[in-house]
Structure formats: structure tokens, C-alpha cells
Design a protein around this ligand. Structure first.
Ligand code: FAD
Length: 377
């Protein structure tokens, strides 16, 4: 569908076809509402931003297509700066699987279309004019009237701005390279390098599940000594967890902003609401946003369904980020702590503790814990 073909009136306009937008749109269409989903990218398989690590709770609770998921990962290896003796944590359970994101987005889009969602690709939400929303595609602008708009348009949400809702201020930026690897003798593993000179305020990672390697860094944009790209290049030449793997010349590059200030307080108003990164629904500590975006989308769809059915003014009031945010306090405190680790020496100082039973138990709670995004009551 092009911008010219978009319907003039719908119940809900969803902006952004990441997982949050696709899931919210599908749930609403399944409940009989007319939904238009606009996405500025021309297709689902390009410009992917995420590594795609799904945690166990997400895999347990959401029916992701198994053929779009890599082999289970049970091992996390924590490396100090300088790559001295690492700390290896093995879980007795499958903890993570990396999504093959291009087919996974395509499968989610097919599910949305089957549910009745009308999808306009290559179509950008361009703002609000009078009583309508403007969307623009290759064939020019079109106006859409919608009872509600859903901002699923990522960390720097234009919809949030137009609705006068809260916006993400605390952001990391991340970038990674992805390439196919031959299955090795090592078990699938998630390597984390804690080195603020490479990844200031977060970590550098290698995920090698025996099919693909993801080699990435993330941190506070203004703190990278040689810039994000420079840090990734430096890390890529000595990244751990890739024994015998030659990095091909042609790699897929991914990257983008990651909100880490916790769920925003004002994420809904009379005319619409925010989901996913637009709502700040990302774990401030691990920077994982896939589980939160799916869970918050379910809550958003419930609230919108109720509002559309009952027509009650203020039905969206129970979509309250402030109430849910309270349950992020611990993770926000730990994010604050991680942000203070500014030198390799400070990061190295954490390793003696990580080698103790207490330190390992704490690391396991963060990495293998059952906590996920709070389920809204
Ligand atoms: C490098 C990196 C690695 C990550 N790795 C992981 C991970 O392994 N596991 C994990 O749980 N989380 C990870 N995250 C976070 C996670 O990817 C996000 O939290 C999650 O994908 C957010 O989904 P979303 O649908 O809210 O946003 P997005 O997937 O960003 O989707 C937003 C969509 O909106 C579209 N859009 C934006 N503006 C407009 C507009 N004006 N009009 C139309 N369309 C618009 C965009 O094109 C985009 O498709 C990572 C993030 C980054 C940056």
C-alpha cells in the first residue's frame, strides 16, 4: 500500500513497524478494530537495529516462530578490560536465543496482515494537522483521521512530541556487525567485555551461537574516546569468543539509540499512547527492550480496546508509566552505578568480587533472573 492508498479514516493509526508496533497493531486488529500501520522503511528486512537476543521469559510467554530463532545459549562469559582471566557463568537452563530478525519481522508482519492490519511501507508519519495525521510516501502526503494514534516509532519518537508526552532523554548508542560463522566446538555463548574505554557506561559484546556472530559496542555517545565506529573497529579486531573464525569483509551493520532512563511517566493522553522504545520500555540495566516492548504492547492494546469499545473519556488514563516505573527503581539505581564506571581500572576492580560466590550469585540474578518487564495490573 502506498501513502495515496491509505484509508482516510481508521480506528487506530500505529506509527512504526518494529516489534512493538507490529504486536500492538495485530492485537487491536484481532479485536475487530480498523488499524493502519505506517513504517518509513521500504521493507522489513533492511535497517535492522537490534541484536535480537530474546530472554527465556519472552521465549516462554510469546509464540515466536522457532525457525526464526538461533540455538539456545546457556553460557555468559564476563571479560575484564585487557581480557585477563574471564568469569564464566553457565546456566542449567536455556537462557537466550538470538532472533533471525529479518524473517522474524516478516513473520510478524504476515501475522499482522492476516489479522487485518493495513500496512503502508515507505510511509513516514509527518505530524498532526488540524483533526488529522499526515503520512508521506513516495507519491506524496496523505491525511488520515484516527480515533487514536500509537507511537511505536522508536527512541526518538515524533509521536511523543506531537502528543505532548514524555520523551527519552537518557540514551545509549550501540552498533554491531553481524556475520555467519561455522559451528564451532565451543558451546553457544554471550561474551560481555566490561571496558569503559570501548563501551562507556555499558559493555562490548560478542554473541556467537554457532550460526551467527554479533560483535558490538554500546555506551554514552559523548563518552566514546574515538567515537562509536572507532570503538567498534578497535573491538572487532580482538573480540573474544570467535576462535578460528575469520571476520568476512562483508558484514551486516546494525545500530541505533537505546533509551535507558526507564519507562517514561506520561506515555498516554487523550489522543493516543506510546509503546516500545518510544515509551522508554527498556531495561535500564541490561538495555534489553524486546521483552518490554512485547509486554507493554499487550497492555496498550487492552487499554485502547477498552477505550474504543466504551468510548469513555479518560479510558487511557490507566495507561500510566508512572505507576509501572516505580518497579524499575532497583534497575535504575544499578544503571546509575554502571554509568559511574569511567575507567578500565574501575571496571577491573569489580572482577575480584565477580569471582566470589556472592558476586557470581548477583551476576546470575541479573543475567539469568526471571524478572522481566513488570506485567501491568
Ligand atoms: C544495537 C542494539 C542492540 C540491541 N540488542 C537488543 C537485544 O539483543 N535484546 C533486546 O531485548 N533488546 C535489544 N535492543 C533494544 C531493542 O532492540 C529495542 O528495545 C526494540 O527493538 C524496540 O522495538 P520498537 O518496536 O519499540 O522500536 P524499533 O524496532 O526501533 O521500531 C521503530 C520503528 O519506527 C519506525 N519509524 C520511526 N519514525 C517513524 C516515522 N516518523 N514514520 C514511520 N515510521 C517510523 C522505524 O523505522 C522503526 O522501524 C538493542 C538495541 C540496539 C540499538
Amino acid at each position: 500500500m502506498t501513502a495515496r492508498d491509505v484509508p482516510a479514516t481508521v480506528d487506530v493509526l500505529v506509527v512504526g513497524a518494529g516489534l512493538a508496533g507490529l504486536h500492538t497493531a495485530t492485537l487491536l486488529a484481532r479485536r475487530g478494530h480498523e488499524v493502519l500501520l505506517v513504517e518509513r522503511r521500504p521493507g522489513f528486512t533492511g535497517a535492522i537495529r537490534t541484536t535480537g537476543i530474546f530472554v527465556r521469559k519472552t521465549l516462554d510467554d510469546f509464540p515466536l516462530p522457532p525457525d526464526c530463532l538461533g540455538p539456545p545459549i546457556r553460557r555468559v562469559v564476563l571479560h575484564p578490560p585487557g581480557r585477563g582471566r574471564p568469569v564464566t557463568l553457565d546456566s542449567a537452563r536455556d537462557e537466550f536465543r538470538v532472533g533471525d530478525m529479518a524473517p522474524l519481522y516478516l513473520a510478524a508482519a504476515r501475522t499482522a496482515a492476516d489479522a487485518g492490519v493495513r500496512i503502508a511501507l515507505g510511509t513516514r508519519y509527518a505530524g498532526r494537522r488540524d483533526d488529522a495525521f499526515v503520512v508521506t510516501g513516495a507519491d506524496g502526503p496523505a491525511r488520515v483521521r484516527a480515533r487514536f494514534v500509537v507511537g511505536a516509532d522508536g527512541a526518538r519518537s515524533r509521536v511523543a512530541r506531537d502528543l505532548g508526552l514524555d520523551r527519552n532523554r537518557a540514551l545509549l548508542v550501540g552498533a554491531e556487525e553481524v556475520f555467519a560463522v561455522p559451528g564451532g566446538v565451543e558451546p553457544p555463548a554471550f561474551h560481555c567485555v566490561l571496558d569503559p574505554s570501548l563501551a562507556p557506561g555499558y559493555l562490548a559484546w560478542v554473541v556467537n551461537d554457532g550460526r551467527h556472530a554479533h560483535v558490538g559496542v554500546a555506551g554514552y555517545a559523548h563518552r566514546f574516546p574515538e567515537g562509536l565506529r572507532g570503538a567498534l573497529e578497535r573491538f572487532a579486531v580482538s573480540a573474544p569468543g570467535l576462535p578460528g573464525v575469520d571476520r568476512p569483509l562483508d558484514v551486516e551493520r546494525r545500530g541505533g539509540p537505546i533509551p535507558v532512563g526507564g519507562l517514561l511517566r506520561r506515555i498516554g493522553g487523550p489522543d493516543g499512547l506510546l509503546v516500545g522504545d518510544a515509551a522508554g520500555a527498556v531495561s535500564p540495566l541490561t538495555a534489553g527492550g524486546l521483552d518490554p516492548c512485547l509486554r507493554l504492547s499487550e497492555h496498550a492494546a487492552d487499554v485502547l480496546d477498552d477505550a474504543l469499545r466504551t468510548g469513555r473519556p479518560g479510558a487511557l488514563a490507566r495507561y500510566d508509566g508512572g505507576a509501572l516505573r516505580a518497579r524499575f527503581r532497583g534497575r535504575l539505581a544499578l544503571r546509575h552505578g554502571l554509568a559511574q564506571v569511567r575507567t578500565p581500572a574501575m571496571a577491573a576492580a569489580a572482577f575480584p568480587l565477580l569471582r566470589t560466590p556472592f558476586g557470581q550469585a548477583a551476576a546470575r540474578r541479573v543475567l539469568f533472573g526471571d524478572r522481566s518487564f513488570p506485567t501491568p495490573r
